[in-house]
Ligand binder design. Structure first.
Ligand code: BV8
Length: 237
């Protein structure tokens, strides 16, 4: 049986109405990355950063944002396989893979619907805004002690050991909707075994397209189901 590792980026959620990071001129919903996605930016202007994530959390929770055909195709593919043979690593902080039914998901850059205590690192499910007046869920007399459970630039991504173990042992690595600009995720393809089938699914080529054996070019909602069919033909469903 083949072992499959999938890596997704913002492009897999684009057709669900969630903006990608580098579609515009390097600005991210009107902000410079350094201002809103670094610990330094958070220390310098916590209200700006908290509001940036509050806006994105509200959008994610709006009724018009839901999993698209790419999320669903990945969940169905996983369901057709033994659980230990499929790992979905996502750089995205939305919950659309899990809402589509994916089970073995590693949100390596954190999760928009969780908050983290800045003092203890404890993580809590979180659907509301986080502000400097938000009481701590366990110490309500303490305000403003929460941050988004997000991995910012300069911070270590989550579950890197589990990710590394899966990458060195996989037979098929599929990168979907990522520009290949952010490390360590952009380097994952290089960690797979030489005989691994490396596939990229993207609207156009990315910074590390040359590392892949095959490319499926187009919208994820069309190309992911098309790729899964190709995989089933190659390995048998
Ligand atoms: C770390 C927060 C170490 C979550 C994010 C110099 C060289 C190499 C590396 C570095 C360097 N200087 C600094 C670094 C390290 C740095 C880095 O890589 N910087 C880059 C910019 C050079 N990385 C880090 O800091 C990481 N940590 O290295 O820690 C360490 C060691 C010891 C101790 C402590 C630490 C942390 C990286 C995580 C940063 N957080 N986001 C959030 O707010 O959302 S990264 C951010 O970019 C998002 O998570 C996002 O997922 C990620 C990658 O972007 P993409 O997902 O690829 O999105 P993008 O818009 O770029 O591309 C979309 C793609 O989709 C495009 O290709 C497009 O064509 C395609 N597409 C669009 N629509 C569709 C589509 N495809 C198909 N269908 C469609 N419809």
């Amino acid at each position: 049986m083949t072992k499959i590792v999938v890596l997704t980026g913002a492009g897999v959620s684009a057709e669900s109405g969630i903006p990608t990071f580098r579609a515009s001129d390097g600005l991210w919903e009107g902000h410079r990355v350094e201002e809103v996605a670094t610990p330094e930016g958070f220390r310098a202007n916590p209200e700006l950063v908290l509001d940036f994530y509050n806006q994105r959390r509200r959008k994610l929770l709006s009724p018009d944002v839901k999993p698209n055909a790419a999320h669903v195709a990945l969940a169905n593919w996983e369901a057709s396989l033994p659980p230990s043979d499929f790992l979905l690593i996502t750089q995205n902080v939305d919950n659309l893979h899990v809402r589509a039914g994916s089970k073995n998901v590693v949100p390596m850059h954190g999760e928009l619907l969780k908050a983290r205590c800045v003092d203890t690192g404890e993580v809590f499910p979180w659907l509301d805004d986080i502000t400097l007046e938000t009481p701590h869920p366990k110490r309500p007399d303490q305000l403003g002690r929460l941050r988004p459970h997000i991995v910012w630039f300069g911070e270590m991504p989550l579950e890197m050991e589990k990710i590394g173990e899966a990458l060195i042992d996989c037979d098929c690595f599929v990168s979907i909707g990522t520009s290949g600009k952010v490390y360590p995720a952009a380097g994952f393809v290089q960690m797979t075994p030489t005989e691994c089938w490396r596939v990229e699914i993207n609207l156009n080529s990315s910074d590390n397209s040359q590392a892949f054996d095959d490319s499926f070019v187009g919208h994820a909602t069309e190309q992911v189901p098309r790729f899964v069919d190709a995989w089933k033909k190659r390995y048998g469903s």
